[in-house]
Design a binder for this molecule. Structure first.
Ligand SMILES: NC(=O)c1ccc[n+]([C@@H]2O[C@H](COP(=O)([O-])OP(=O)(O)OC[C@H]3O[C@@H](n4cnc5c(N)ncnc54)[C@H](OP(=O)(O)O)[C@@H]3O)[C@@H](O)[C@H]2O)c1
Length: 268
């Protein structure tokens, strides 16, 4: 396959932490041109200077914005259009999790999760469709979750938003594969990042704690390596993690057994 990412123009969201940060480093090493996004500009600037070292002084573009704001998204899309017309590869990785039972979760939390984890990704990918179709090629990868394949306790709104991604991106792939559009859905299991620390609780405040499952999970660089291989191979959907990945197959093959187990699973 050679070096798939050499010279590719990649816009990566969620680059300021965890999985996205690890992907940014690997992409820089492999010669990609990068626009890195997240809300925290200073964190992105620190990462940019690390990436310069990894990438023989190639300069990444820092584009800080809030995925939860329609106006911010419009501006960010315009910046990327001015810079590149369209990215060769859009990696929609930014996201926000949840740790609260349905009974204790405010409606605004559901709305926030849907905006950041689902609608923002629809908005950003739709923005370049015409360009990709005109060019006859384009590629988008989106970070869903195993929770995009089955719901678990404490993650009702997060699971709903991640499930919605599968509906949208499976449809996009089906509609546009003939125009050369490639779509990969990444489904991480437990990965050692800040995801649980940043997760929303029922009143919208952050949990502020590292879950045991994440603490013991796969490292972000290892995840990034597997995810980037899957994107380069144009895999439609991949499950990456530890034994929690088996849940996908158990739900498919033995749904009633799966239903009994998931209610008792230690997911917090
Ligand atoms: N770690 C896991 O176990 C796991 C499992 C399944 C799925 N995932 C998914 O993996 C992706 C990456 O998460 P992670 O594990 O690396 O967690 P993380 O360390 O919390 O990183 C989340 C990233 O998303 C960005 N982000 C969050 N809200 C944002 C907003 N409103 N606007 C712009 N950027 C925003 C953050 O940037 P700022 O803070 O700078 O805004 C950060 O770069 C997410 O989509 C997550 O749902 C993770």
């Amino acid at each position: 396959m050679g070096n798939y990412y050499q010279g590719k123009k990649v816009w990566l969201t969620g680059a300021s932490s965890g999985i996205g940060e690890a992907m940014a480093k690997s992409l820089a090493r492999q010669g990609a041109e990068l626009v890195i996004s997240g809300r925290r500009k200073e964190k992105l600037q620190e990462l940019a200077s690390e990436l310069r070292t990894l990438a023989e002084n190639r300069e990444p573009h820092v584009l800080a914005f809030d995925l939860g704001s329609n106006a911010d998204r419009e501006e960010a899309i315009e910046v990327v259009k001015q810079l590149w017309w369209a990215p060769d590869l859009l990696i929609l990785n930014g996201g926000l999790s949840q740790r609260s039972l349905v009974m204790e979760t405010n409606l605004e939390v559901y709305s926030n999760l849907m905006e950041v984890d689902y609608l923002a990704n629809v908005h950003l990918s739709k923005a370049f469709l015409e360009e990709w179709v005109t060019k006859g090629e384009g590629q988008v990868a989106v970070t869903s979750s195993l929770v995009g394949k089955f719901g678990t306790p404490y993650r009702s709104g997060y699971a709903a938003a991640k499930h919605a991604l599968h509906g949208f991106f499976d449809t996009l792939r089906a509609e546009r594969a003939g125009d050369g559009l490639k779509v990969t859905i990444l489904c991480p299991g437990f990965i050692h990042t800040q995801v649980s620390v940043n997760a929303l609780t029922g009143d919208g405040s952050a949990l502020g704690e590292m879950d045991q499952a994440q603490a013991k999970g796969m490292s972000a660089p290892r995840f990034a390596e597997k995810a980037l291989k899957a994107i380069a191979k144009n895999k439609a959907e991949v499950y990456i993690g530890g034994k929690e990945v088996l849940g996908v197959y158990l739900k498919r093959l033995l749904p009633s057994v799966f239903r009994k187990m998931i209610g008792r699973a230690k997911v917090r």
